[in-house]
Design a protein around this ligand. Structure first.
Ligand code: PLP
Length: 388
């Protein structure tokens, strides 16, 4: 028998099995239904999921596709982003935000972040708009929306599109308006580590315009309409019926998952303050305008102590990760764009100082206590070393 009060010997960064095991029978039944129906693509479960996601995002339209990466690519295709067009993106994000732009021969223009939220800075966007700018892709990093009111105003002023990369932010909101509902198109991901994680790849695009939705569907199905007549050069990007069936089971619990993540974030803040650790590490900043869904919990570790702290956490078997250690403007594949070290100082600093801790919904209080205890141990010995 396991002891709920025992100190755990290790804490995983994420354990997808805990949440999924609770729904095991329901999920297996939903899969069996698809197996028996034989409708492995375009089954009714896909439309059901689209409706539920449109409801969560408060958009009129939702279009399923094969992944969050495809959602971004399809959004750019449907907005007719062409070779040589400029698209403003953060550098402090997952690769897919920028690779979708490059795939179309367009130019990702990397801009710096607000160092508090790690989200793209509206001022930096405004400073980088040119006559060739066609779109902005704000990323709602770690589950907190970018400053969408300001970004929307810039986009309107210059008549450019906004594609929200909401891969990490389903259920989040800014000024009460959901992630995905601000831009021309919102892109979601159901990758297993996201807040609504599937059992494989999956993605969704949301928007309000029926014509745009039809275009997104067209591009996601080989540009084919009617059958074997191709209007545009699209791609093949579908969400499997089985994946939709699984997600339909899980999406009923999304709100409780988000609430558990919020509870864990609040408890970290209390524990860090109680232990005096908040004088050493910067806790994540929660903007008052944002409804944060905490896909990740990132602390900022200054004084060059991030990597020594990582080693200590690894040694004490506390799961941790760095999102993201190499900003996109410094990636080898983007060398031709001409960026160098020093171009985006706030992004570069964040990539050296940020450190992510376990925050997933099923994290227990004992596990959280173990994370905080490990941090405390590190800082008491670090303080002693400095005093010596
Ligand atoms: C996960 C992620 C994506 C890509 O989603 P996939 O479903 O893995 O293709 C894009 N952007 C961001 C910010 C992400 O976190």
């Amino acid at each position: 028998m396991s002891n709920q009060n025992a100190t755990p010997s290790s804490v995983p960064l994420l354990d997808v099995n805990r949440g999924n095991q609770l729904l095991r029978n329901e999920i297996l039944e939903s899969i069996a239904e698809v197996v028996d129906s034989g409708r492995f693509l375009h089954g009714p479960q896909v439309g059901e999921l689209e409706c539920t996601v449109a409801g969560i995002c408060q958009t009129k339209q939702a279009i399923a596709c094969a992944s969050g990466s495809d959602a971004l690519l399809l959004a750019l295709m449907a907005l007719d982003i062409q070779h040589g067009d400029e698209v403003i993106v953060p550098s402090f994000t997952f690769f897919a935000t920028a690779s979708a732009v490059s795939r179309l021969g367009a130019i990702p223009v990397f801009v710096d972040i607000d160092p508090l939220t790690y989200n793209i800075s509206p001022d930096e966007i405004a400073a980088n708009v040119t006559s060739r700018t066609k779109a902005i892709i704000p990323v709602h990093l770690f589950g907190q929306c970018a400053a969408m009111d300001k970004i929307e105003a810039i986009a309107k002023r210059h008549n450019i599109f906004v594609i929200e990369d909401a891969a990490q932010a389903i259920g989040a909101a800014y000024l009460g308006r959901p992630a995905g509902a601000w831009g021309d198109i919102g892109c979601l991901s159901f990758y297993p580590t996201k807040n609504l994680g599937g059992m494989g790849d999956g993605g969704m695009m949301v928007c309000n315009d029926a014509e745009m939705a039809a275009k997104l569907r067209l591009f996601a199905s080989h540009g084919m309409q009617p059958r074997y007549y191709h209007k545009v050069v699209g791609i093949n990007s579908r969400l499997d019926t089985i994946q939709a069936a699984i997600l339909n089971v899980k999406i009923a619990h999304l709100q409780s998952y988000s609430q558990a993540r919020q509870r864990n974030a609040n408890r970290y803040a209390e524990l860090f303050a109680a232990e005096g650790l908040d004088q050493w590490i910067e806790l994540p900043h929660h903007a008052p305008e944002a409804t944060h869904v905490w896909n990740q919990y990132g602390i900022r570790v200054t004084n060059g102590l991030r990597d020594p702290l990582r080693k200590h956490l690894n040694d004490t078997k506390i799961g941790n990760e760095v999102y993201y250690p190499v900003p996109l403007h410094l990636q080898e594949c983007f060398e031709d764009l001409g960026y160098s070290l020093g171009c985006l100082p706030k992004t570069e600093k964040a990539s050296k100082e940020i450190l992510h801790l376990p925050i997933y919904p099923d994290l227990t209080e004992r596990e959280q206590d173990a994370v905080v205890a490990s941090l405390k141990k590190f800082y008491s010995s670090a303080t002693l070393r400095r005093a010596a």
